[in-house]
Design a protein around this ligand. Sequence first.
Ligand SMILES: [Zn+2]
Ligand SMILES: [Zn+2]
Length: 393
Amino acid sequence: MKTLPVSKKQLNWINIIFFSLLPVIALTGTVLLCTLKPICWATWILAGTYMTITGLSITAGYHRLFSHKSYQTVWPVRLVLLLFGAGAFQGSALEWCSDHRNHHRYTDTDSDPYSIKKGFWHAHIGWLFRLDTRAYDFANVEDLHADKLIAWQHKHYLKIAIFMGFLLPAGIATLWGDPLGGLIIAGALRMTLNHHFTFAINSIAHTFGKRTYSHEQSARDNWFTALVTYGEGFHNFHHQFPIDYRNGIRPYHFDPTKWLIKTLSWCQLASDLKSVSTHRIIRYRVQTEEFQLISRLTQAGANQLQVNPLQSMTKPILDNIYQALKRMDALEKEYLAVLKQKYDKHHPSKNAYYIQLKSYKAQFKATQQNLKNYLQAWKKALKAYNQLNTNLS
Ligand SMILES: [Zn+2]
Ligand SMILES: [Zn+2]
């Protein structure tokens, strides 16, 4: 791919007109329709359903499947994701993924297409108002270009997007005699919300929230954006572990995209779901917590004499945590290696084989318990740090 020059200041008038007019048409159209007669409940249900399907096609399709390849799926599912993804009117999958891969590769730099460093407005929508002077050679999405369905969607994008985005919802609403409601509410209004919910990831989730797993980038975990983006708001996790098919890793995290992918896999429609090991996730979380606390204390004016006793208290705890994580990783690998060995039923070492597996399990369990205790101790240490921080400020 050519080097990425900083975009020139040419305006993209097509995008400016489209993204400005669409919300105006959507809002005034909806108000006018509502004043003329009550909108049929079926139209509202269609708009909600259509918003969910097109939104999930962006998150589970354009994002986690095509951009990051965090799982594999069968072609009929890919086709559905491409059709409804086009209905969200966010560009072809090829363009979307090319921009998104650049966003991950060049996060917070000039070559990040929607870098938050250029301002909240730029990251949200302003970047779309400038002509991208980069030649779209799609070198970073060559793997996707080879996919016939993706290439087909790219070639016929505008026709597919107009059909899926406007004509189909209008056509469906004709069934109960409300084609205009279908066009305005399930088409324009739904699409406007689709747009700004997705854009919120680039603006809100790069500005507000917690940096749980990495302090080195602007991406943040933000539960509010997760609510309207089908789970994409856990953005700090996603930037640190983009290969993971999940964004919200805890069971209580609202991540419908993850649930959809998991459901597809239960139905044998998705496979090769990639996830980062819990040990790695814990390691990054603890390292980030330690870094953030020391930075906060230093900023609050703590001197070395105040910080040293805390650091000497926490150092052995952290060492224990890292050692336990390392040990668990090693035990897991060894256990899986032994498990893979096909043993001969009549082999005299049959018992030894099982004893070995049992021993790994026992060692793993014991290390896991130790890790739990060390993490508890780390939690207590964090409280002590926070107390000092409160006293200082
Ligand atoms: Zn991001
Ligand atoms: Zn991503």
